[in-house]
Design a protein around this ligand. Structure first.
Ligand code: GDP
Length: 521
């Protein structure tokens, strides 16, 4: 059932990283995906893939162990960010392809920014090294300027020189992906539970009806399971892998083509396994209604500069993300430099997550939607459907033709964002006695309130051995027995979820506090 526990630590097994290939046009993304597919396919002879299903797995040996990797078969950051704008993050790691004869180009930087905005680690594939004018050292130097520093220069990004054409160093590239995943991500999932995951792509097939390629993110999907996927639902009639072979089960990170749905779900939508068909239908209907409502709500809450000030005043948001687009590179640089000069203190952070020359594109709007960013257009306008899309997604585009005006308005907003002065008072403390993993909610802390009161809407911090390990967090839920509670008092047990902080441990203390506004002197 949806929302059941993730299980014990001991149930978790390593799952393959899911990788998206990004980079500038013509730098070899498609060729690289083809080469990887042909050269090294899990459990198959070379050239074994017969079917395009939107994602495929390959395997490679790392330190004597066979390790699998899932590759999303749609290259480019556009699809990646469009999924994120829909609330889905399929990708664990990005391979940034840079042609060694061409070097870093505008879309290289754009891809880099999109991966960063998503918090996805990057492995650089320096491609086309078979070419006589290839200059991999130059590529390393160029990317260093963007803060992507090769390991060999003391940084933490892995760079691998490859040739997609000559199929050179592909194993090294895959190894770098595995090593990066091991070093910076905790990719584990419990296969012993009902499956959940994402729809990667879907279409209506004349003979087979709705066909969806899904990526299992947790649990194991089985033929015969009742599932809900977007607006579609039904019993999994058959599953196919990337070879076109029938499979009975799909474990975490495994892409599979699913037959048997009643309707075609959208890319980026979730799927879940439920008890039976009847339940599936009910959930699909409810979900559709809820998604419609959420879409409408999103439209309202998405950031405008004014909303931003309001949310800052409520103490909700401290990060303003901007995307800068200008007519010439000089104006974009001048704008970014001037923004960097604004002194907003330590409380607020202003982040330029992407910048570029030229019209505002749909990709810019997608990134803004995915990252709650505002787009600044300096002497440029939206192109094609980008303007309509911004309206639909609730993304604000602010147009300027004088740099000074842009700076002045953003500065005013940021200053308005500065929080009033608050005084803190402690409400109470609870000790974490046990931790339950829920696939829906994350880690649930089973607590005993040892003093005062824990309130649902209070701010909390986590204390470990009397030291603060995380501060100023919100509660995602507070329950007494099975019921939602607005507060739980000393001497009672409760279950709570701390938002945006999963790293709780038994013995940690959750301290609830509130901030009271006091008059500025
Ligand atoms: P994409 O736009 O990034 O998907 O680039 P493609 O994969 O379509 O490749 C663009 C062009 O570069 C094609 O003509 C490829 O054959 C060529 N190409 C890709 N990788 C290599 C490589 O490693 N070496 C050489 N010499 N050419 C390559």
């Amino acid at each position: 059932e949806f929302g059941t526990d993730e299980g014990d630590e001991s149930d978790l097994v390593i799952r393959p990283p899911v990788v998206t290939v990004m980079g500038h046009v013509d730098h070899g993304k498609t060729k690289l995906l083809d080469a990887l597919r042909n050269a090294n396919v899990a459990g198959k002879e070379a050239g074994g893939i017969t079917q395009h299903i939107g994602a495929y797995q390959v395997s490679t040996e790392v330190d004597g162990n066979e390790r699998r990797i899932t590759l999303i078969d749609t290259p480019g950051h556009e699809a990646f960010t469009a999924m994120r704008a829909r609330g889905a993050q399929a990708t664990d790691i990005a391979i940034l392809v840079v042609a060694a004869d061409d070097g870093v180009m505008p879309q290289t930087v754009e891809a880099l920014n999109h991966a960063r905005a998503a918090g996805v680690p990057i492995v650089v594939a320096v491609n086309k090294i078979d070419k006589p004018d290839a200059d991999p050292t130059k590529v390393r130097g160029q990317l260093t300027e963007y803060g992507l520093i090769p390991e060999e220069y003391g940084g933490d990004a892995m760079f691998v020189d490859v040739s997609a054409k000559s199929e050179l160093n592909l194993d090294k590239l895959l190894e770098a992906v595995v090593l990066t995943a091991d070093a910076s991500l905790d990719l584990r999932a419990n296969p012993h539970q009902d499956a959940q995951g994402l729809v990667v792509e879907a279409h209506l097939d004349r003979g087979r009806g709705p066909v969806a390629t899904v990526l299992v993110q947790r649990g194991t999907l089985r033929v015969g399971d009742s599932i809900v996927a977007g607006a579609g639902y039904g019993r999994v009639r058959a599953m196919l892998d990337e070879h076109g072979d029938n499979i009975e089960v799909a474990d975490p990170s495994r892409p599979a083509m699913v037959l048997g749905l009643t309707a075609v779900p959208g890319a980026g939508q979730n799927f879940i396994v439920v008890e039976d068909d009847r339940m599936a239908r009910q959930i699909a209907e409810k979900r559709e209604a809820r998604e419609r409502a959420a879409m409408q709500a999103k439209r309202r809450v998405r950031r405008t500069l004014e909303d931003f000030m309001a949310s800052m005043e409520k103490g909700e948001s401290q990060e303003l993300n901007l995307i800068l687009k200008g007519d010439v590179s000089g104006s974009v640089e001048a704008l970014e430099d001037a923004l960097a000069q604004i002194d907003v203190g330590d409380e607020v952070s202003l982040r330029v997550i992407d910048r570029g020359v030229g019209a505002i594109t749909e990709t810019n709007v997608d990134l803004a939607a995915a990252s709650d960013a505002i787009i600044i257009g300096f002497n440029v306008r939206p192109q094609g459907k980008a303007g309509q899309m911004a309206d639909k997604e609730g993304v604000e585009i602010r147009y300027y033709s004088v740099i000074y005006n842009a700076i002045e308005e953003i500065e005013a907003a940021l200053k308005g964002m500065l929080k009033p002065v608050y005084e803190e008072s402690t409400l109470g403390q609870a000790e974490i006695r046990a931790i339950f993993r829920s696939s829906k909610l994350g880690n649930i802390a089973g607590c005993m309130v040892t003093s005062g009161v824990i309130r649902r809407n209070a701010k909390v911090r986590i204390l470990r051995d009397s030291k603060v390990v995380a501060d100023n967090l919100d509660l995602g839920s507070l329950k007494r027995e099975k019921d939602d509670a607005s507060e739980v008092r000393e001497g009672f047990e409760c279950g709570l979820v701390v938002k945006n902080f999963q790293d709780i441990k038994e013995g940690d203390v959750v301290e609830a506090f509130e901030m009271r506004e006091i008059a500025r002197s």
